[in-house]
Design a protein around this ligand. Sequence first.
Ligand code: NAD
Length: 444
Amino acid sequence: MKQVTIIGTGYVGLVTGACLAEMGNQVTCLDVDDEKITQLNSGKVPFFEPGLEELVKRGRLAKRLCFTTSYEDALKGAELCFLALPTPSNEDGSCDYRYVFAAAQKLAKHIDDGVLIINKSTIPVGTTEKVRKKIREALADRAVEFDVVSNPEFLQEGSAIYNCMNPDRIILGVENPRSQKLLEQLYAPFIEKIQVMDIASAELAKYAANAMLATRLSFMNHLSGLCEKVGADIDQVRRAIGSDPRIGDKYLQPGIGFGGSCLPKDVDALCAIAQEHGHSSDFFRMILEVNEEQKRAFFEKIEGHFGDLSNLTFAIWGLSFKPNTDDLRQAPSLTLISMLREKGANLRLFDPIAIDQAKKQIENASELTFCVDEYDAAQGADAILLITEWPEFQSVDFQKIGSLVRNKVVFDGRNLYSSSELEQLGFEYYCIGKPAKQVLEWSI
Ligand code: NAD
C-alpha cells in the first residue's frame, strides 16, 4: 500500500486515483476547481466515464480515496505524487505547460523528504527536467530530496478504467534505481507490462503514439476522398489492407475527422517540438491538414446537395468526439455546427450523454434546439447528419424517421448505415469513401 497524491482531478487524474485506490493504495486527489471537489465529495463524478462513479463510490466507502483543494492536506505523508494537469496548445500549436509548472511550484512547499513526482501529463521532451528545476527553485533553502519521472498516460476516454486496470504497457522514464523500485512496487500487478527507458524517450513515446494513430486516421480519410473519385469503396479497401498482419485492422475506420483532447493537440505539439529542434515538421503538419480537409469535405457534401443552406433544418446525431464519453474537446461536431450556423441553417441536436456539456461549451447554445432523442431531432429535418457512432444510432427505425423528416436525406459521417437499406426506404444517402451513385450505375 502506498500513500499517493494526484494533482489534477480530471479525466486522467480521477481515473488514475480511483484505480490506484481500488488496487489498495491510499489516494488523495487534489484540484484547484472547488466545484469539482465539492461534487466529488458528495459522490458525484463531474464528467461521464463508464464505471467511474461506482469505482469512486467504492474508494470513498473504503476510505481509500478522498478529495481536496488543499495542497497542504493532499501532500501530507505522500510517497508518490502524480501530476495529471492540462497541457493545452498555445496559439502557435506548441504545448502550454504552465499548469504543470504552477502545480510544481505549489507542491514544492508541502512535499516531504523522498517524495517521487510522477508526471502523467503529455509534455514535450525536456519538460520533466524543467519541472525538477522549478521544484528545486521553489524549495528555496528547504533541504528536501525528491525525484521527478515521466510516466505518460495511454488511457482512452470511454474505456479508461479498463485501460488503467489492463494496461498494454506502462512507460517509465526513470533514471534513478530507487524511483524505479518505488514505481515497480506501485505497478506490481502489471509488472510484466513495465518498460523502463530514459526520460526523453518516455516523453516522446506519448507524442509518437498519438501521431501514429492520427496518421492512420488521416491516411484512411485522405484515401476515402480518392475512393469517391475513382469509384472504389473505402470499406472494402480497409478490409483488404487490414488483413495484412503488418498493417493490422485497428484505427483504419474513415470518418469526418478525428477530434478529442489529445490527437489534434499532441500532433500540433509534435510539429512544434520538431521545429524547435531543427527537424522538419511537414509530415506531422500534413496529418492535421488532412484532418481539417476531411471536416470541410463533409460540409461541402451537404452544401453540394442543397446549395443554399439558409433556413434548412439539420438533425445532428452525436456531439461528443467519440462514443462513450461526454468530452467535446475538438469534436468534429463543433466545427460542423459552426459551419452550418454560419450559413443560416437551423440545428436540432441530440447526443445520448453530451448534451449538458454541449449547452455549456457551444457559443450561444440557447439559439440551438437540443432534443430528447434522435427521433425528436429528426422532426421536420431536411437531412440527418450522423456525426458520432453511438451504438444506439445503429438500430434506428428509419421507417419512423422517414415519417418525421421533411426531406429524406442522410449524411453518414461514420459509415454506420447500409446504403441499400436506406435507399429502399426512399432516403438519399451520403457516406464517406464510397462510389458516387452514377459510378455504380455505369458499372452495372
Ligand atoms: P482535464 O482538463 O480533464 O483535467 C485536468 C485537471 O487539472 C482539471 O480538473 C483542472 O482543474 C486541474 N488543474 C489545473 N491546474 C491545476 C493546478 N495548478 N493544481 C491542481 N489542479 C489543477 O485534463 P485530462 O484530460 O485529464 O488531461 C491531463 C493530461 O493527460 C494532459 O496532458 C493530457 O494531454 C493527458 N492525457 C489525457 C488523456 C485523455 O484521454 N483525457 C489521455 C492520455 C493523456
